[in-house]
Design a protein around this ligand. Structure first.
Ligand SMILES: Nc1ncnc2c1ncn2[C@@H]1O[C@H](COP(=O)(O)OP(=O)(O)OP(=O)(O)O)[C@@H](O)[C@H]1O
Length: 220
């Protein structure tokens, strides 16, 4: 569950509020689009959701934890329950596909044998098993984004946020990426996807948060 209560955000403490008066609740296990023109604040809102930014005012509650009251020491564990996917993939170029996906498990100190089994299973799910030893640069954009999704979900997050995940992909690749995100939703994950791709939104109807100039203008 994600709850925003009267949330505002300004960067650097003194700038203008780029998010204003945000009040909404996303129930656990739902899929939401996050829509709005360029500069409306979609990435900023997602940053608050995946704990990469803190609100300047108001309360953000993620997976049942109100962040204003969370101890600093509790944040890494909470972050591990949130998967993030970016438009530009953000894979580590010097690591193989397998090692990119294994990274969150290794950072969390999971046993190597179990990690290898989990990565193998997730790569198969993402249709990338044959690419496990490849370098990211040897893959198409769509394949790279599926690696990024595999990495984001290998820890079985409760919340998955994707910022313009299909922005660099052609339509068939975008559909494949979307179907993985939809599948995570069907398996019980709360999913939020920011996009400009209205065509894709029409193909996958779902509730949407719509922003304009930092305000929520509709939630339906
Ligand atoms: N790190 C930052 N420091 C200062 N201002 C920022 C920063 N990041 C974003 N902004 C400003 O916040 C506002 C919202 O930007 P944001 O990137 O959240 O919008 P967006 O809807 O995701 O846009 P796009 O669709 O183009 O990615 C913009 O005015 C932007 O210039």
């Amino acid at each position: 569950m994600v709850r925003f209560g009267d949330v505002g955000l300004r960067y650097g403490g003194t700038g203008p509020e780029v998010l204003r008066d945000l009040d909404f609740l996303l129930e656990a296990g739902t899929f939401h689009w996050l829509l709005g023109p360029s500069g409306a604040g979609k990435s900023s809102l997602l940053r608050l959701m995946h704990l990469a930014a803190r609100p300047s005012r108001g309360e953000v509650e993620v997976l049942g934890i109100p962040l204003s009251r969370a101890r600093r020491g509790a944040l890494p564990a909470l972050r591990r329950r949130i998967g993030v996917v970016y438009q530009d993939f953000r894979l580590l170029p010097h690591l193989s596909v397998f090692d990119n996906v294994a990274l969150p498990l290794r950072v969390a100190g999971r046993a190597e044998a179990q990690s290898r089994a989990d990565v193998t299973e997730i790569l198969r799910w993402a249709g990338l098993h044959a690419k496990a030893d490849s370098a990211p640069a040897a893959l198409s954009g769509g394949e790279q984004q599926r690696v990024a999704i595999a990495r984001a979900v290998v820890m079985r997050p409760a919340l998955l946020v994707a910022d313009e995940p299909t922005g660099n992909l052609d339509v068939p690749q975008a559909r494949r990426v979307l179907s993985l995100l939809q599948e995570m939703h069907r398996m019980g994950t709360t999913v939020v996807v920011a996009t400009h791709a209205e065509g894709l939104v029409a193909e996958y109807p779902a509730p949407a948060l719509r922003l304009a100039e930092g305000r929520l203008v509709s939630h339906a």
